[in-house]
Design a protein around this ligand. Structure first.
Ligand code: FAD
Length: 185
């Protein structure tokens, strides 16, 4: 069984997955390849970059994920169901059994056949119709964390990256039973 499956490999999902893979949790990202960030060639709100293209953010994120042993598969999730000991994720091409899920798929959330609540999105261009309701730790239900535009209307790349990191840190804290910190010496 996979430890952490991240649904959506845009900026929030890749950042979350980098954290969980780096923490040695077996991590699989399932992504349909349509990150909104691919629309921008001039992202200026990351403190480490003067300007960076969305394509580069995604490709660097994938490289980093693989460096830490994470896997990314190019598939679209069609359903997520709770099982006795975790979750079953189904795509058109395969099935994945996983202990934990991080939902980071901005957009259509109708594949979520699980016990989560939704709230309406806000009006505006490129805004989502609805978001999953979470607590302050990005947790939506037992074993389910949510990040990025799947979780909130709060837009922009740096916001989604921060939210992905936050979801992963809280999930890792749950797994380890104590506040998780990622120190590189
Ligand atoms: C036109 C435009 C211009 C923008 N310009 C900027 C900018 O200049 N600066 C800036 O900071 N931000 C910009 N943004 C905002 C930024 O792109 C988003 O805030 C950010 O991408 C949100 O991150 P996310 O991870 O929540 O969603 P995304 O990055 O969109 O990632 C979601 C991922 O989930 C995948 N997915 C969805 N459903 C499924 C499924 N069922 N199964 C598997 N995978 C799935 C998608 O393919 C996608 O890869 C722009 C957005 C748009 C639309």
């Amino acid at each position: 069984m996979i430890s952490v499956t991240v649904i959506g490999g845009g900026v929030a999902g890749l950042q979350a997955a980098v954290f969980t893979a780096k923490a040695d949790e077996e991590t699989v990202v399932i992504d349909s390849g349509e990150s909104l960030v691919l629309n921008s060639s001039n992202i200026q709100n990351l403190i480490t970059e003067e300007s960076i293209a969305g394509q580069e953010v995604v490709s660097r994120g994938k490289e980093k994920l693989e460096k830490f042993g994470g896997e990314i598969v190019d598939e679209e999730v069609q359903s997520l169901e709770r099982t006795e000991d975790g979750f079953l994720v189904e795509t058109g091409d395969g099935e994945y059994e996983t202990e934990y899920v991080i939902v980071a798929s901005a957009g259509d959330l109708s594949y979520l056949d699980i016990d989560v609540e939704f709230e309406d999105g806000v009006e505006g261009p490129y805004m989502m119709d609805r978001h999953v309701v979470t607590d302050d730790s990005n947790k939506a239900a037992e074993g389910v964390y949510v990040a990025g535009l799947a979780n909130s209307w709060e837009y922009q790349t740096s916001t989604a990256i921060g939210d992905g990191a936050k979801a992963a840190v809280n999930l890792l804290s749950e797994i380890e039973g104590e506040p998780y910190s990622d120190h590189d010496m």
